[in-house]
Design a binder for this molecule. Structure first.
Ligand code: LHQ
Length: 260
């Protein structure tokens, strides 16, 4: 049987590929469990510095597997399924001290779109599509979509995306701020991997601290957020990487960061 998630480590970049291409990488229990394990493994492996998430075949992910188990047959508690399988994954992506790049190679629908948006930087192929498929089948946006969307694109667009549930082409997603950069299809993965490899050479401790500050930002007032910056900057200011960054700047040479 094919592994539902392919884990590939090269040049300190862990690439996690959702791998059920015959069903557009629909999310079933096995895939979600493997994806969670893959994040834990990549987060804990000191040789991994950056993580890329992408999909095999023509899709990123079509969201929850609608053929699996008893979905749609009066399953009593989808909330429980979310708490058990989706929430730990989304939280792990956000809390991961390493940059997570989503390389959206094709359609990202429903919870598949939520997973894509949980990445720190989202790249998309020109042919990719984003779809808040939830209300089309009588569900509400989940797995973080109601959190990410208003924060990324504002209330009006978040509501339109959730309620109209129209297919949003990659270029439009970039225009409204759901995607950082759109690449020609064949350039998406090489570009994402090159970026990830470059990041892997940078002072990764700073990424972890920057993520911590940004994770807290939109739930705080200015005074609270300024204090969070001060606390985290104290930590960054004491790192070996900061000393190296300044020393290299003064010596007009390239820095060699250690990630601590
Ligand atoms: C699929 C799926 C799929 C299974 C395509 N499942 N097979 C829900 C429940 C539980 C807990 C947690 O949270 C959630 C949240 C959600 O994620 S709800 C949203 C679930 N996703 C959807 O409603 C999207 C369903 N898929 C589609 O609308 C289309 O497939 C899209 C627009 C993604 C792509 O359309 P096409 O490019 O025309 O491809 P296709 O429809 O022909 O699909 C190709 C194959 O993949 C097909 O199988 P087949 O045997 O006919 O070749 C589909 O049945 C299968 N597939 N999505 N979610």
């Amino acid at each position: 049987m094919n592994e539902p998630v392919i884990y590939h480590l090269e040049q300190r970049v862990a690439t996690l590929t959702l791998n059920r291409p015959e069903v557009l990488n629909a999310l079933d229990e096995a895939l979600l469990m493997e994806l969670q394990d893959a994040f834990t493994r990549a987060a804990n492996d000191e040789t991994v510095r950056t993580i890329v998430v992408t999909g095999a075949g023509r899709a990123f992910s079509a969201g929850a597997d609608l053929d699996a188990g008893n979905v749609g047959n009066g399953e009593p508690d989808l909330g429980e399924r979310l708490r058990r399988r989706y929430h730990p994954l989304i939280r792990a992506m956000r809390a991961c001290p390493k940059p997570v790049i989503s390389a959206v190679n094709g359609v990202a629908a429903g919870a598949g779109m939520s997973i894509a948006l949980a990445g720190d930087v989202v790249f998309a192929a020109a042919s990719a599509l984003f779809l808040q498929a939830f209300t089309r089948i009588g569900l509400i946006p989940d797995a973080g979509s109601t959190y990410f969307l208003p924060r990324y694109v504002g209330e009006m667009r978040a509501r339109a995306l959730a309620i109209l549930a129209e297919k949003l082409p990659a270029a439009e997603a970039e225009r409204i701020g759901l995607v950082w950069k759109v690449l020609p299809d064949e350039e998406l993965l090489p570009y994402a991997l090159t970026t990830a490899t470059q990041l892997a050479r940078q002072p990764t401790r700073a990424y972890a601290l920057a993520k911590q500050a940004l994770n807290a930002s939109l739930d705080n007032d200015l005074t609270t957020q300024l204090e969070i910056e001060a606390v985290l900057q104290t930590e960054a200011g004491r790192s070996a990487d900061f000393r190296e960054g300044v020393a290299a700047f003064r010596a007009k040479r390239a820095p060699v960061f250690k990630g601590r």
